[in-house]
Design a protein around this ligand. Structure first.
Ligand code: ZN
Length: 203
């Protein structure tokens, strides 16, 4: 199982971190150990002093493929949820300054949190998912997949030009504006429309 992530997929978020709007999807990966097992506690990472949440729509791959044409891409995912791409922003800023890879900022153990899956029916519009994140009961991030620079199908097609997609792979599709810091004791809740998909406390 592989975890793909898309960076800078919402214009407002790219701007809030001072990044250019990308001309093609920015792709990075997290290893399998990055996935926080269900019901496991989430611990603040020891190596960071600036932990950020990034709430994202997450897709589940349901078919093996490579070089997938955009028109066929919708056949390759069939479930969606909301998750957090946890980021050690202080580490990431240092790495970015030096032009170094991001893994130490984004791919550490338990840095990927996910809710339960919801099946996507083929007839359902796949480009109008509303999602949000609450921190201590206050809404801190809100997004709509319609605002993505690269759609689900764009992302799937693009990834498959470089990597095989396999059944069970997971794709974090990018975070909207409003990323921010969280501290020990914060309670984060992710929503797909009005449905609560996960709740975690930072320990
Ligand atoms: Zn992200």
């Amino acid at each position: 199982m592989k975890i793909f992530c898309v960076g800078r997929n919402y214009i407002d978020h790219a701007k809030e971190l001072g990044n250019d709007i990308p001309e093609e999807p920015v792709i990075f990966m997290k290893p399998k150990n990055a996935l926080l097992p269900t019901y496991s506690p989430f611990y603040y990472p020891e190596f960071s002093n600036e932990l950020h949440y990034e709430v994202e729509l997450v897709l589940r791959v349901c078919k093996n493929g490579r070089y997938i044409p955009k028109k066929q891409a919708h056949n390759y995912y069939n479930a969606i949820t909301v998750g957090i791409d946890f980021t050690a922003r202080d580490i990431q800023n240092e790495l970015k300054k030096k032009g170094l890879p991001w893994e130490k900022a984004k791919a550490w153990d338990n840095s990927a949190v996910m809710g339960s899956w919801i099946e996507m029916s083929n007839k359902q519009a796949k480009d109008n998912y509303i999602f949000s994140l609450k921190n201590n009961a206050q809404i801190v991030q809100q997004g709509n997949s319609a605002d993505m620079i690269f759609s689900f199908d764009d992302i799937v097609a693009h990834i498959s030009n470089y990597f095989s997609l396999n059944i069970g792979d997971i794709i974090f599709t990018g975070t909207p504006a409003g990323v921010g810091e969280c501290v020990v004791g914060d309670v984060l809740e992710g929503f797909l429309a009005d449905k609560k998909m996960f709740e975690i406390e930072i320990k």
